[in-house]
Write a protein that binds this ligand. Structure first.
Ligand code: IMO
Ligand code: MG
Length: 437
């Protein structure tokens, strides 16, 4: 089963989209298995910028089949817009399929997301307000409506009516907000059903056939390890399993036979929304530098991202939970021109040094213990070979590899598809066994 998995190891926005696109050339399928349109995956090819929220990042290659997997929550209105937008940019969208088992995001989920955040006040999560959490809540409470239900209008109507009756009580009694109408939503959603029905498939069957035929499958993670519902910085997390463990649950395959688990890290760290961020930088000048050079504004919500130094304590933990084989580093070029760069190698919690990522982090003030590196005053964006990187840059990379105990197989040095340095060529070409890349 030639299958590879790509996940983010920080708080999202590591550049997974660019990496997935780069590796898609050698894939037959690209499958997303969790989350929804809370993601924002950017791809830059020549003068075209594609930002994908729901559709897997393999879509720019016309022969790659893209599957919105069973573990996802899908806003059909948003998906239709994304399809139209991609088509208008000249992308072939015929190969995009949606799992019958995926859950539908309804307008009431988006309202509930917003009302809950307002209710939480200063303890807000800082969600993307796309209805992701409430849609997963309904799934778990077994009242969710699935893509499958689009094929059964009577069943769809009944489920919708039951849901809206329940939600209207919550809107009225708890949040003191207006109620919503079943009929209007039913009508709209039946239109969406008509537009999408030819793409809705039994994805599990399709994926198993692909596996039997030895097709090359790339699983694209969204969000990231530290936003995972179980192992992230709870409660400031998303509502799905964004670890490699989530691949099996979210695509209906057994936990055997994967080839490689790639963990994507950005050369520094960012986070959008509320929640602990031990290495967050307070100095505004430095934050502005990273934010502007790295374009650290949410591609889904446009919010400015919080910025910080690389946190190796957190990344080591992420590697363990995800069983990462190889690291991929992105945005190394953003660090060009800094006098110094810091890496967090330990935490100090309550006067004690700690070198692992504990769940107590959310309840304590953390002091980070850093190792300081000299910067490099050179533009590295056009460098093709690892050997030609500035010595200080190589020291930074080598330290990370040693600390984590894994190889950084690929380094991205610009947003464009081909701005990459393959650090271990022999290994890389063995994994992707092709001269195509
Ligand atoms: P990609 O795939 C960064 C964050 C939100 C919020 C928390 C919960 O682009 O890396 P949600 O709407 O999911 O209930 O919000 O998770 N979040 C992300 N942050 N990148 C993402 O996706 C994110 N998806 C959700 O900001 O803090
Ligand atoms: Mg994002």
């Amino acid at each position: 089963m030639p299958s590879n998995v790509i996940v983010g190891l920080q708080w999202g926005d590591e550049g997974k989209g660019k990496i997935t696109d780069f590796l898609s050339k050698n894939s037959d399928y690209v499958i997303r298995y969790q989350g929804g349109n809370n993601s924002g995956h950017s791809i830059h090819i020549e003068n075209n910028y594609f930002i994908l929220h729901l559709i897997p990042s393999g879509i720019v290659y016309p022969n790659v089949k893209c599957i919105i997997g069973p573990g996802m929550v899908v806003d059909p209105k948003f998906l239709i817009k994304e399809l139209i937008n991609l088509k208008s940019m000249g992308i072939n969208v015929d190969n995009i399929f949606i799992a019958k088992r995926s859950h539908i995001i309804m307008p009431y989920h988006i309202l509930l997301d917003k009302y809950k955040e307002e209710y939480l006040g200063k303890n807000f999560i800082g969600t993307t307000n796309k209805g992701i959490g409430p849609a997963y809540e309904d799934k778990i409470s077994r009242i969710g409506i699935r893509m499958l239900d689009f094929f059964y209008p009577d069943i769809f109507y009944k489920k919708l009516k039951n849901n809206i009756e329940l939600k209207n009580i919550i809107f009225k009694k708890i949040y003191k907000k207006p109620t919503i109408s079943v009929e209007i939503i039913y009508k709209k959603y039946m239109e969406y059903a008509k537009i999408l029905s030819s793409r809705i498939i039994d994805a599990v069957y399709e994926i198993h056939i692909a596996l039997n035929k030895n097709k090359r499958i790339l699983f694209e993670g969204a969000q990231a390890m530290l936003l995972d519902i179980d192992y992230g910085t709870y409660p400031f997390v998303t509502t799905s399993s964004s670890t490699t463990g989530g691949v099996c649950v979210g695509s209906g395959i057994p936990p055997v036979g994967f080839d490689n688990f790639f963990g994507v890290i950005k050369s520094y760290c960012t986070r959008v929304g509320n929640g602990p961020f031990p290495t967050e930088i307070i100095k505004t000048k430095l934050v502005n530098y990273l934010r502007n050079k790295g374009n650290e504004y949410g591609s889904t919500t446009k919010r400015p991202r919080r910025c910080g130094w690389l946190d190796l304590v957190a990344i080591k933990y992420s590697c363990k939970i995800n069983g990462i084989n190889y690291l991929i580093m992105t945005k190394l070029d953003v660090l060009n021109g800094l006098n110094y760069i810091k890496i967090c190698i330990k935490y100090e919690i309550d006067g004690l040094e700690v070198n692992y990522f504990t769940p107590d982090i959310g309840n304590n003030k953390i002091n980070c213990i850093y190792k300081k590196f000299k910067g490099w005053n050179q533009n590295i964006c056009d460098i093709k070979e690892y050997e030609n990187l500035p010595i200080n840059c190589k020291k930074y990379i080598n330290f990370i590899e040693e600390y984590i105990g894994l190889k950084i197989i690929l380094i991205s040095i610009g947003s464009e598809r081909n701005k990459n340095i393959i650090k271990y060529k022999h290994l890389f070409y063995k994994i992707f066994s092709s001269e195509k890349i």
